[in-house]
Design a protein around this ligand. Sequence first.
Ligand code: NAI
Ligand code: MG
Length: 394
Amino acid sequence: MAKHTVVTMPGDGIGNQVLPEALRVLKAVGFEADYVHADIGWECWRKEGNALPDRTIDLLAKHKLGLFGAITSKPNREAQAELNPELRGKGYVYYSPIVTMRQRFNLDVCMRPCVGFPGNPLNYIRKNGTGFDEPSIDSTVFRQNTEGMYAGIEWTNPPDNVRSALASHAKFKAFAQVPGADLAVSVRIITRGAARRIVSAAFEYAKKRGFRGVTICEKPNVLRETSGMMEETAKEVAKGYSGIALWSTNIDAQLMWLNKNPEDYNVIVASNLFGDILSDAFAGLVGGLGFAASGNIGEEVAVFEPTHGSAPKYAELVPPIVNPIAMILSSAMMLDHIGEGAKAERIRKAIAAVVREGKVRSYDMMRLAGGPKAIAQGAASTHQMTEAILGKLQ
Ligand code: NAI
Ligand code: MG
């Protein structure tokens, strides 16, 4: 029996196209594992009224390691309309399975590396007088994954007890006369323990990689309590890492600096919403969704997935054209996580070689409109991209 069993959850749409490609690469680097398929996503919702069935939760609880493709989510009304007629009107409510999974297994550390591969035509470049620089970007965003603005505690027309609790705050006076139906409230919750875990993960990573500093990116001048607690915790944690500086930026200013000096930020840590925004912004500098990998890491269970979604408009194309690199990089992160870093490095080197050579490029790397014509216009198919990567593996 192999040492590891990986729960594979391709999910919906292009998740089914990219996940098998990652498995081919894992096999080619000699990673020995058993794989068990698990159902997740829109089809599960339609047929069973639950996008994350218990059998999938059980498999993750048992094997602790997952690779996930992508899921499709739709607004509530469409979710109800597409539900199996036998289940309609029986109180089934659609919840995003990935959010549920993060909460169920407390996958509270979300790690999103944004590392530029030299020669990628989608990389950030900067004018230098006579020509262009391609700064080397190696940034990893550590995003708190279970709390903050995405904790899910929100109301339109809050119940009376919530409203009166709000009214006990002096600042609520300004809203006291707003009718309930016109009042929407989302609660931003930060707990010290979770803050400590995400910041510590960032510092541990900086230490392992030999980086000089960690940037905490919040807005404590305005969000005094929640961003304040993030910052305060970061200062505490930083005391345990003598060689690593703690820098602090505000989310708005940070996004501006991304356009000036992105190479200065190697490790950034932020609460849920800010981390989500930051990681997409950084990903845009190194190739966008086709290159954006992530890990959802808890104390016991870890699930790795590309940041992109199910891209339904490309899901039916034959041959598939989407870029498998984000998924392949996610599987390399899984290898890092379980102490198979040398294999992960071989995968990243092979990807780097394909990108540098520039002969095989998926449609997104050529700035083509994705669609059936992309292949005729010279884009590599999903499969061809994987083949090229396999060809460069050493
Ligand atoms: P998306 O990430 O699926 O696609 C947006 C666009 O990005 C695509 O149309 C395509 O142009 C490009 N793209 C995405 N992946 C690519 C790849 N591997 N290679 C090349 N180009 C790629 O986001 P969208 O369209 O907003 O959402 C589609 C569905 O996916 C929705 O139902 C949404 O809820 C879901 N979603 C799921 C996520 C997840 O599974 N974690 C994350 C984001 C969206
Ligand atoms: Mg996002």
